[in-house]
Design a binder for this molecule. Sequence first.
Ligand SMILES: Nc1ncnc2c1ncn2[C@@H]1O[C@H](COP(=O)(O)OP(=O)(O)OP(=O)(O)O)[C@@H](O)[C@H]1O
Ligand SMILES: [Mg+2]
Length: 233
Amino acid sequence: MLEIKDLWVYYGHALALENVNITVADKGLTAVIGPNGAGKTTLLKAISRLINPQKGSISFNGQSLLKYPPHKLAQMGIAHCPEGRKPFPEMTVLENLLVGAYVLPRNQIQGRLEMVFDLFPILKERRDQISITLSGGEQQMLAIGRAWMISPSLLLIDEPSLGLSPLIVDEVERIIGGIKESGVSVLMVEGNVDLIRDLPDIVYVLDHGSLIYSGTVSQILGDTNLSKTYFGM
Ligand SMILES: Nc1ncnc2c1ncn2[C@@H]1O[C@H](COP(=O)(O)OP(=O)(O)OP(=O)(O)O)[C@@H](O)[C@H]1O
Ligand SMILES: [Mg+2]
C-alpha cells in the first residue's frame, strides 16, 4: 500500500534521513521506533508532504505522492495525526471533528461522526466542551478521532502515547487496535514499548536517520542487544 524507497531528507546541511526503505502492508500496522532525534517525525512529515525529501520515492497504491500538495493527501485517504496533539483550542470537540471531515461528502458526515463516537465514547460525552479545556488524554483521543473522521485507508500517527498516563495508554492501544481491526493500514511512530508490544505486524528501528533493523516484535525481543537498547529489557 505504502512504499518508501531510498528516502533522504536534509534540513539545510544536516542529514535527518538516509536511505530509508519502508513498506506498509495493506491492512497492516507498521511501527517505527527509535530514540529522540532519530528522524521519526521527519519520516511522517515527508510522507504527508509537509517537507520535501531531497531524494527517494514515496508511493501509495502505486501512485507517487511526491507530486501532490499536502491537502490532496486527505482526499486520497491518508490521514496524519501529528506529534503533540493540537486540536483547534477555541473550538468544541464536535467542531474539531467536523473540521476533520472536510473531505467527506456532506451526506456521509453524520454517519461517520456516529462511528467516531462509537470508538471514542469520551468524545461523545464531551462533544460540546471547548477543546483547550480537555485533559491531555482526551486531547489525544480528539487528535486521533479527528484523523479518523476522514475515513482514511492509511493512518499516520506520531507518538500517540506522548505524555499520557499508563491507563490512558491502554485506552489508546484499544483504539488503535480497533482502527487496525477495521481494515485500515497504520504507520505508527512510537517510543512507548507498551504500545509496541502487541499492535505491530512489523517494527522498523530508526537510529540517527538510518534504519538499522526490521522484524517482528518477537524477533527484536529475541535479539539481546536490540531488546536491551530499544525495549529496555
Ligand atoms: N525544522 C527543522 N530544522 C532543522 N532541523 C530539524 C528540523 N526538524 C527536525 N530537525 C532535526 O532532525 C532530526 C530528526 O528530528 P525528528 O523530529 O524527526 O526526530 P524524532 O525521531 O521524531 O524525535 P522525537 O522522538 O524527539 O520526537 C533532529 O536532529 C532534529 O533536531
Ligand atoms: Mg518526533
